[in-house]
Design a protein around this ligand. Structure first.
Ligand SMILES: [Fe+2]
Length: 311
């Protein structure tokens, strides 16, 4: 990212553009979040897993998932996870087993990630020819974005051929920022029908595009299917932060990105309230995304999207 401030700005913007148009993912280095902070986040996350999550995982997931199972498991993931919400209101003080150090470090980390997310959104705007701040505004709603973090561990699995760490899906929201384990791989994205590894790179942040950016760009940038493969060795850490629309944000394609031709052919993405999209996503997360857009489109013709009632 430091190249965005120098002579190589143009070439770097082009790399990001290509990643957004053709991959849905890119991996950022020199993003401004210090390696020391990332190391502390990693250490405390791993300690927290050992202290508070491992036993629970063994009792609730491991035993249930593989006991007496011979065929592939399609209704659960080999994953230990908890959620932190930061915006519009933090729930960090309500999470029972976080100690003060961990809470404080995570708070510091997510403030940096929020800034990074907004920088990336403006890079996307520039590449798309949208005015600076357009995507941030589009996601804002009445109370600002929803920003949260899913902290996951993928413990070693004796039968990775029977169960995924996390089943294939696209992310529903805006921009996703992932701090993944620097040794234990497992994340893969779907490119031209093939699963491709997203390799661990120490101190990088992996960025991927969610369904809402696909809608706002009218498909110029697409959310991409990804999954986590369970591994027989090593415990994979994954800290994914989701910069998503506010729940009452009305999401629709940026008029500047809807070509006349797309309009004529009725190839315009739907307009909807983000909360309605999430209700649908909660039920069909692990299915293809296209039917979700079609359902929202069908709803759009039935509902008059007037001003949002917030009172
Ligand atoms: Fe995801």
């Amino acid at each position: 990212m430091e190249k965005l401030n120098g002579e190589e700005r143009g070439a770097t913007m082009d790399i990001i553009k290509d990643a957004c148009e053709n991959w849905g993912f890119f991996e950022l280095m020199n993003h401004g979040i210090s390696p020391e902070l990332m190391d502390t986040v990693e250490r405390l996350t791993k300690e927290h897993y050992k202290k508070c999550m491992e036993q629970r995982f063994k009792e609730l997931v491991a035993s249930k998932a593989l006991e007496g199972v011979q065929s592939e498991i399609s209704d659960m993931d080999w994953e230990s996870t908890f959620f932190l919400r930061h915006l519009p209101e933090s729930n960090m003080s309500e999470i029972p087993d976080l100690d003060d150090d961990y809470r404080k470090v995570m708070k510091e980390f997510v403030v940096k990630l929020e800034i990074l997310a907004e920088q990336i959104m403006d890079i996307l705007c520039e590449n798309l020819g949208l005015e600076k701040g357009y995507i941030k505004k589009a996601l804002y709603g009445s109370k600002g974005p929803t920003f949260g973090t899913k902290v996951s561990n993928y413990p070693p699995c004796p039968n990775p051929e029977l169960i995924n760490g996390l089943r294939a899906h696209t992310d529903a929201g805006g921009i996703i920022l992932l701090f993944q384990d620097d040794r234990v791989s497992g994340l893969q994205l779907l490119k031209d029908g093939q699963w491709v590894d997203v390799p661990p790179m120490r101190h990088s942040i992996v960025i991927n595009i969610g369904d809402q950016i696909e809608v706002i760009t009218n498909g110029k940038y697409k959310s991409v299917m990804h999954r986590v493969i369970a591994q027989t060795d090593g415990n994979r850490m994954s800290i994914a932060s989701f910069y998503n629309p506010g729940k009452d944000a009305v999401i629709y394609p940026a008029p500047a990105l809807v070509e006349k031709e797309a309009e004529d052919k009725n190839q315009v993405y739907p307009k909807f309230v983000f909360e309605d999209y999430m209700k649908l996503y909660a039920v069909v997360k692990f299915q293809a995304k296209e039917p979700r857009f079609e359902i929202m489109k069908a709803m759009e013709t039935n509902v008059n999207l007037g001003p949002i009632v917030t009172a």
